[in-house]
Design a protein around this ligand. Structure first.
Ligand SMILES: [Fe+2]
Length: 346
């Protein structure tokens, strides 16, 4: 078995492959690591055959759907998962084949109702059902402390003590543990009475993970996160640095149209000398009047450099091949004490 563990903050993803057949599965991939996963698979001589989410994640952005499109391989989740883009729904006690490896599913509801653990040989990928020195929380949508108790004590912890545990999270940089070590020392597993365990889980009072609404929205629908939209736009446009723009403004470069896409109030309070105003919200509707010549060089700018990236990508899509976005925004321009005009341009 070939195993790569990839951490993204506290989130853990796993690339697991069969060394004989070179076929592999990617477990709980995160959207910002797509190139990393593909590079590791290439380095290890693996072909990814399955993209697996152990459950509907509320705290990271799953890469399964995007990778499924890119690689033309199925997304696999537990059979009751809400995500409409799941290609292969799998049930408790079922397996998928990875060459000579068998990846066996154990349904372990509790953290979410669609949580499953995946056992391959002497390793178990526990998702957020069992963590090193912890368990998944049960206070997010479809969480259930009673179900988690049953999943742990009736199922998962009955595996052999030597089975290695690979969780979907670890915030302390640890990589794995074993079932035996967790039974012995995991503080949450010391409440072996069902009611005491359930009370402990109900009293945890954890703060909500960051981006929970956005993560659930995108992971359950297959839609895109804001960061993903920005990254896709940024990949389609060239950028110009602040000092380069300043030099061009000072040289009175007539060839470059600086297009400020903020609202009028922000523009009038201070903009790049000579910049024209065309708020992002009006861009598509006013572009024909404001920018009649699509062959002009145009630079978009905004407050932070994100909306201007989206605007530049939109303009390129609309047939302006010489649009670039400012690398940074007016906030950084002001911090650098670069020249500003206020009010309307003549
Ligand atoms: Fe989770």
């Amino acid at each position: 078995m070939i195993l790569e563990q990839i951490a993204t903050g506290g989130c853990q993803s796993y690339l697991v492959g069969c060394s004989d057949s070179s076929s592999a599965a990617l477990i709980d991939p995160e959207i910002s690591q797509i190139d990393h996963y593909l590079a590791l698979a290439a380095r290890d001589g693996l072909r990814i055959r399955y993209l697996i989410d152990t459950h509907t994640h509320a705290d990271h952005f799953s890469a399964t759907r995007q990778l499924a499109r890119q690689l033309a391989v199925p997304v696999l989740m537990y059979r009751t998962s809400a995500a409409p883009f799941v290609d292969m729904r799998i049930g408790d006690g079922e397996m998928v084949m990875l060459g000579r490896l068998r990846l066996q599913v154990m349904h372990t509801p509790g953290h979410t109702s669609d949580s499953m653990c995946l056992q391959i040989e002497d390793s178990v990928f526990t998702g957020d059902t069992l963590l090193i020195g912890g368990t998944g929380r049960t206070d997010l949508p479809s969480g259930d402390p009673e179900a988690l108790y049953d999943s742990l004590f009736q199922r998962l912890l009955k595996l052999e003590p030597k089975v290695r545990v690979f969780p979907a999270h670890d915030y302390k940089g640890r990589q794995s543990s074993t079932i035996g070590e967790e039974i012995a020392s995991n503080p949450r597993l010391q409440k072996r009475d069902r009611a005491a365990f359930v009370d402990m889980m109900r009293e945890l009072n954890l703060s909500m993970p960051r981006h929970v609404t956005e993560a659930l929205r995108t992971n359950m629908s297959g839609g895109k996160s804001v960061a993903q939209l920005l990254a896709e736009a940024a990949a389609r446009v060239p950028f110009m640095s602040l000092p380069e723009l300043k030099a061009r403004v000072e040289a009175a470069d007539e060839d470059l149209i600086v297009l400020d896409v903020r609202e009028r109030e922000a523009y009038e309070s201070g903009h790049v000398p000579g910049a024209r105003l065309l708020p992002r919200g009006q861009l598509e509707l006013r572009v024909n009047q404001e920018l009649p010549d699509p062959t002009r060089r145009i630079l978009t700018c905004c407050e932070l450099g994100q909306v201007s990236t989206l605007a530049a990508a939109t303009l390129r899509e609309m047939g302006f091949p010489h649009v670039v976005a400012l690398d940074g925004g007016m906030k950084a321009w002001r911090v650098a004490a670069y020249p500003l005009n206020s009010g309307a341009e003549p």
